[in-house]
Each structure stands twice: as C-alpha cells, then as structure tokens.
Design a protein around this ligand. Structure first.
Ligand SMILES: Nc1ncnc2c1ncn2[C@@H]1O[C@H](COP(=O)(O)OP(=O)(O)OP(=O)(O)O)[C@@H](O)[C@H]1O
Length: 264
C-alpha cells in the first residue's frame, strides 16, 4: 500500500551566502532561513500516479526527497500508510534514477539487486518478468555500456519494478532521451502503472507528459512555494490532445500558468 499524507509541510534551508543589507532594500543575510516549501497539504491515494510540475528551483525535488525520507522537513508531517517518515525506507519506496545501473554488473544482475532475498528460481522468474515488460528479454547478459541510452533507462525501470515498492519516485525520468525514446518510455510507464497499480510520484518539466500520464497533476508555485493547482485528470486513456478538446484546453491553461502564452 502506498498512501501518502502531507500536512502543513514547511521546508527552509539556511542561507549560506553573505549578502549586503541596506535600509532601503532589506536583503537576506547569511544565516537567515530561505523558505523553500510552505504549508504543503497533499493526500495521495494508494495507486495514484501524481505528476508534479513547477518552475525550476521551486522545490519539486526537495518535496520528493522529503517524502522519500532523504531530507528532513522543517515542520509539518509526512505520513506513509499512516506512519511518520523518519528516514529512507527501502521497503516502501524506490527512487528511480537515471544512470543508476552498476556498470560492472549485467542487466540481469542489476535488475536482480533488489530481490536478493528471493530463491534463485524466484529471482530468475522476477527478473525475466520485468525484463519482458520493458522489452529487454534477450539482453540479460549484456552490460549497461552495451545498451543504448533508452535501453538503459528501461533496464532501470525493470530494476525499480522488480523491487515491488509501494511507492515509486521518478524525478525527471525522461531527461536526456531522444524524442522517440521519450514517447516510448512514457507509454511504457503508463502501461506499467496500469499493470502494477502502485503509487507513482513523477516530477517533470513537461506539461504534456503530466497530462498524458497522470491520474492527477499538482503544480507547485509561488514564493515561497505552495500548491498552486491540484487537479484530478479523469480523461480516458490513451489520451490524445487532438481528440479531447477538454484536455487540450487544460493544456493551454497549464502553459499559461507556467508563463507561456502560446502552447505549441
Ligand atoms: N541542500 C540545499 N541547501 C540549500 N538550498 C538548497 C538545497 N537543496 C535545494 N536547495 C534550494 O531549494 C530550492 C528548491 O530546489 P529543488 O532542487 O527542490 O527545485 P526543483 O523544483 O526540483 O528544481 P529543478 O526543476 O530545477 O530541478 C532551490 O532554490 C535550491 O537552490
């Protein structure tokens, strides 16, 4: 189960830069707190795919790091399945990283990392299942350097899925991929989500990705950052902007919210 409850979450970092302060324009001094996230309230249901959008530097990654337990919050509460987060939990959460494969291990060994507790047969079966899901059967004995960038990303996805986490955290999972691989990977994540029904938190800069993939889109914004928009996406799948005027209208609305007048 992957239920997340965030209440009145605040996060501040100590300012390490020394800035001048004049009476006319008081500025932040070294040691003052910089508030990054303010009063974030979110309830995420088990199995929901939530896409987070927001301007660069607004605190999307910080929020996910706090949920994953890698970072402390300054005040407020984050609960996963009713329990307060106190540090990373490998049982519940898997953070999908690109370039996360170990180069000295084969694809099968990399994918099998999180399932070492299974018997040899069980491990073999699990590795096979997920390599098949990401269409990498036949590449078990390859090393990461022998795979294309897109194949490496799919192997990383198989590794994340093999762990069978309650919550999968993906911070810009498609960055650096070419257009077609990006589209394919996006489709794979949507299909995979429909199949495994796990909670997925995905940070992206790409409005189309959020609208095509998410069960819900959360836009972070403002200064300090709060939840600027939280919208359920109840559009049927596969989603298509051309066939759904309503989805297309929402797309234009989001582009405007992000400061772009003409969505292309
Ligand atoms: N360890 C840290 N110490 C001080 N400030 C930090 C630290 N980590 C992040 N910040 C600041 O917190 C803010 C939010 O950073 P974060 O990386 O969460 O933003 P983001 O929305 O994920 O950005 P991007 O979209 O560019 O990846 C930024 O202003 C950043 O400089």
């Amino acid at each position: 189960m992957g239920r997340i409850n965030i209440e009145k979450l605040n996060k501040a970092y100590a300012n390490r830069r020394k800035l001048p302060r004049s009476d006319e324009s008081p500025q932040l001094r070294k040691g003052d707190d910089i508030i990054v996230l303010k009063d974030i309230d979110l309830k995420i249901s088990d199995g929901e795919m939530v896409c987070f959008l927001g301007p660069s530097g607004c605190g999307k990654s910080t929020l996910l790091r706090i949920i994953a337990g890698f970072e402390d919050l300054s005040s407020g509460k984050v609960r996963i399945n009713g329990k307060s987060v106190n540090g990373p939990s490998a049982d519940h959460i898997f953070v999908f990283q690109h370039s996360g494969l170990f180069p000295w291990m084969t694809v099968a060994q990399n994918v099998g990392l999180g399932v070492r507790h299974l018997s040899s047969d069980g491990r073999h079966k699990r590795i096979g299942e997920f390599l098949e899901m990401v269409e990498l059967e036949g590449f078990e004995q390859h090393y990461p350097r022998q795979l294309s960038g897109g194949m490496q990303r799919r192997a990383e996805l198989a590794r994340a899925l093999a762990v069978n986490p309650d919550i999968l955290i993906m911070d810009e999972p498609f960055s650096g991929l070419d257009f077609l691989t990006h589209m394919k990977m996006r489709e794979e994540v949507v299909n995979m989500h429909a199949f495994i029904q796990k909670t997925i938190l995905l940070v992206t800069h790409n409005i189309d990705d959020a609208l095509i993939m998410g069960d819900r889109v959360v836009i972070l914004g403002g200064s300090p950052t709060g939840v600027a928009m939280d919208r359920k996406l109840e559009f049927p799948r596969p989603r298509n902007f051309e066939k759904s005027p309503e989805l297309s209208r929402l797309r234009s609305e989001l582009f405007l919210m992000m400061g772009v007048n003409y969505a292309v």
